[in-house]
Design a protein around this ligand. Structure first.
Ligand code: ZN
Length: 411
């Protein structure tokens, strides 16, 4: 019989150096407390480390295909499949394989679109897709996700249509995802993972005026588009266009950020603060369209420098979120939700000898925000100068991470 520790370590979700409590794991596998260790172990062993699902795609016309989705507990996924014109007419299509788990609370989806040609037009009869990727949210939500995973395929097609322009594609995809994001019970699911065409689209100008690049509304849901994910979100208040507030990082905030990050962040105009908040009121950072980085602060948008909660020093929360921008510039295929499954997702632990790359994204952000906040005297004095002398800051166990990684732009 395996030990609970061994079973837990099977999932990246609980990768060392995390200290994992039985209570956390019990919650993760949906066990009602009080529960025995044996029962938790039994449930945990029943969770697969890979979900592999396939479905035929039928349309009732001379167009058909197949979709397969593989998702793994380490957050990687593979979406493969094809569509084929089997007769006279040619088609344009959008196919959205969606894996749903945790009683529909979590959905991972891919979107593939293209054209296939029948005998009426010269061209390829079949279009194949195969896409590998990684999504942090898949890893973080794995236990919920894998419990009862099933694949559904939504599809839309038109005879000889051309899904040509970004506006068409973004609108079609947004409508698909908007509908997928609303669960049957009226709540919202996290919809993550996205097809490659949208990744290309993310480098073109955003076609929806009035909203920041990468944000749109479809089927009544506010959506944040990135190269690797579409995230249903909420504006502070109600999710309507008029209430989405956004602005680039100000010159003052940039000057502040440079003191910590040096020249390693994207240009100020590309860092867009918004009042959008994620599910459960989470702040989150996601690479947006056109090379932007959306820093979604919810109701903290009005004063991003204000101390709040565990971010006791002025500016500490902004430093935390900007660390996610620093990461997103280097690993764009991730969405950075600022609330892990558990607090231990954030806790970097007390071993400054560990390599920077051994830390999770929240641990890295916590290292930077704590390092920043560690010497209040320095913060209120020397740090206020345009070019603070950091040799006057009290020595800190995380100093080398800041100097050798953050400011050097080295992952
Ligand atoms: Zn964070």
């Amino acid at each position: 019989m395996t030990s609970l520790k061994q079973s837990v370590r099977r999932f990246d979700l609980y990768a060392p150096p995390q200290i994992v409590s039985l209570r956390e794991v019990a919650d993760g596998v949906g066990a009602e407390r009080p529960v025995s260790a044996r029962e938790v172990l039994r449930r945990l062993d029943a969770v697969p480390s890979e979900v592999r699902l396939a479905e035929p795609v039928t349309t009732g016309t001379a167009l058909g295909g197949r979709a397969e989705m593989v998702l793994r507990s380490n957050g990687t996924y593979t979406s493969t499949g094809h569509m084929r014109a089997t007769g006279f007419p040619s088609f344009a299509f959008v196919v959205q394989p969606t894996v749903e788990g945790g009683g529909g609370r979590f959905r991972a989806l891919a979107v593939h679109q293209g054209r296939v040609f029948g005998t009426d037009t010269p061209g390829d009869r079949q279009r194949n897709w195969s896409e590998d990727g990684r999504n942090e949210a898949v890893r973080q939500n794995w236990l919920t996700f894998a419990r009862d995973a099933r694949l559904t395929v939504r599809k839309e097609w038109e005879v000889s249509g051309v899904l040509g322009t970004l506006g068409d594609i973004a609108t079609a995809v947004a409508q698909f995802v908007g509908a997928a994001a609303v669960t049957g019970s009226g709540g919202m699911a996290a919809a993550l993972v996205i097809g490659s065409r949208l990744g290309e689209a993310a480098h073109e100008p955003w076609p929806f005026p009035g909203l920041p690049a990468g944000v749109t509304i479809a089927s009544g849901v506010l959506l944040v588009f990135g190269p690797a994910a579409i995230v249903p979100a909420l504006a502070a208040g109600v999710a309507v266009e008029a209430l989405v507030d956004h602005r680039p990082l100000s010159t003052e905030e940039e000057a502040f950020a440079v003191k910590v990050f040096g020249p390693t962040l994207p240009p100020r105009e590309q860092i867009i603060l918004t009042n959008i908040s994620g599910l459960d009121d989470r702040a989150f950072v996601v690479p947006g369209a056109g090379g932007s980085y959306l820093v979604n602060l919810g109701d903290h948008f009005d004063d991003p420098m204000a101390p709040r909660g565990k971010y006791r020093q002025r500016g500490q929360m902004l430093i935390h979120e900007l660390t996610h921008v620093w990461q997103a510039k280097r690993w764009p295929a991730t969405t950075y939700f600022c609330q892990g499954v558990t607090e231990s997702t954030y806790e970097p632990g007390g071993d400054p000898g560990r390599p920077w790359s051994a830390y999770g994204i929240e641990q890295q952000a916590t290292i930077v925000d704590r390092w920043y906040a560690a010497d209040p005297g320095f913060l209120t004095g020397e740090f206020q100068k345009p070019h603070p002398n950091f040799s006057l800051k009290a020595a800190h166990p995380y100093d080398h991470y800041i100097h050798l990684h953050i400011r050097a732009g080295m992952t």
